[in-house]
Design a binder for this molecule. Structure first.
Ligand code: PLP
Length: 394
């Protein structure tokens, strides 16, 4: 269901999630449910000939099935599954050469920040972190040797929304060989389809909403361009960052309920955000589905609404945050997001502790900023839980 002014979800999405790549005829047994193929090797009819599969790292029938479904959900030609979201990110950055330069959002996912600062930088690939909601800053950050633009929208944990189309236009106007990447983990292909705006690669931590059951670590890269697909396919095998067939089965199964899960996450989180907005101890609610959000108009233009993850600030400090988080009974105090169970965390000392303190301060990741991942429990119960925890904290 479309909220006022937001895009409508893509017609046929739920049908594709259930049927794309899942034809029973592709299996000898005509199995309706995708089999878990654990075999690491496949019999060849003659030396050097094979029937599409040789060795489990270079291709696996369960993984291929998941990849077909993932591609369909983004309206894309190709999808590649990796051992984790960061595995997908690592592989995508391996498209670059020493001497190349990356421009990235200043509040990218903490693990991406760490990878770019502490690993990719050692390979002679520098990153400029900038506020990508400021298009002038994006333009100014692009250098002669910039080969990749890495954005996340909304950002984490500040929920800044980036105008995808505008950023793509800036990059492509400078040079058409700049690869624009969007990490779409927070919204999924159900709520936002970056390839529609000219983005080259969509990256997912499937660990979050796409799997949605908090029981698999996995990532993916989605592309339309054949050349990029082949380079990423080569790296998937050459670097060995592959997921297990069992995990591929679980994610493939989880996609069947993605549409209805995201509808419920969206609905419930907006109700809770509005409730927090009116709470006397809450000073700010950072939720792109609220008209008070600074990039509400952009959000309406490029998304079908917001998911279950958002942040809020309260009038207290570290002590109150600690009390609030330890008083919650339905929300679990834990990192991660996007599962059926509600989670709450304190980015300054948990998910974003690896971001240098000075950068954290500049960004506004303070000790009074709490991040929620609204799960699929009854909304009334979640509100009651927040209510009693806020009472306990203040
Ligand atoms: C969790 C996350 C990642 C990393 O994914 P893993 O599956 O944990 O490796 C990357 N980007 C975003 C936005 C995330 O939330």
């Amino acid at each position: 269901m479309a909220e006022q002014g937001f895009l409508k979800p893509k017609a046929g999405f739920a049908t594709l999630a259930i049927h794309a790549g899942q034809e029973p005829e592709k299996w000898k047994s005509a199995a309706v449910v995708t089999p878990i193929v654990t075999s690491t090797t496949f019999k060849q009819p003659a030396p050097g000939e094979h029937t599409g599969f040789e060795y489990g790292r270079s291709g696996n029938p369960t993984r291929n099935t998941l990849e077909e479904c993932l591609a369909a959900l983004d309206g894309a030609k190709y999808a590649l599954a990796y051992a984790s979201g960061l595995g997908a990110t690592t592989t995508v950055t391996a498209l670059l050469n020493s001497g190349d330069h990356i421009v990235a959002s200043d509040d990218v996912y903490g693990g991406t920040n760490r990878l770019l600062r502490q690993v990719v930088s050692r390979l002679g690939i520098d990153t400029t972190f900038t506020d990508v909601t400021d298009l002038q800053k994006v333009n100014d950050a692009i250098k002669e040797n910039t080969k990749m633009l890495w954005i996340e929208t909304p950002t984490n944990p500040l929920m800044k929304v980036v105008d995808i189309e505008a950023v793509v236009n800036i990059a492509k106007k400078k040079r058409d060989d700049i690869i624009v990447v969007v990490d779409n983990t927070f919204l999924t292909s159900y709520l936002q389809r970056p390839l529609d705006y000219g983005v080259d690669i969509v990256v997912y931590s499937l660990t979050k909403y796409m799997n949605g059951h908090s029981d698999v670590i996995m990532g993916a890269a989605i592309v339309n361009d054949k050349d990029l697909e082949q380079r990423l396919r080569f790296l998937q095998n050459a670097m060995g960052v592959v997921p297990s067939p069992m995990d591929c089965y679980l994610v493939n199964r989880s996609l069947k309920t993605l549409a209805i899960r995201m509808e419920q996450h969206k609905k419930s989180s907006l109700i809770i955000a509005n409730w927090l907005l009116n709470h006397p101890k809450v000073t700010e609610v950072l939720h792109p589905g609220l008209p008070s959000h600074p990039q509400y108009e952009i959000s309406k233009k490029q998304t079908c609404g917001h998911s279950g993850v958002f942040s809020f600030r309260h009038v207290g400090g570290l002590k109150e945050s600690r009390k609030l988080l330890s008083s919650l009974q339905i929300f679990t105090l834990a990192e991660s997001l996007g599962g059926y169970e509600s989670l709450a965390e304190l980015p300054s000392v948990m998910t974003h502790a690896s971001v240098p303190a000075k950068q954290r301060e500049e960004l506004g990741i303070t000790d009074s900023l709490v991040r929620l991942s609204v799960g699929l429990e009854d909304t009334e119960d979640l509100i009651a839980d927040l209510d009693q925890a806020l009472k306990a904290a203040f």
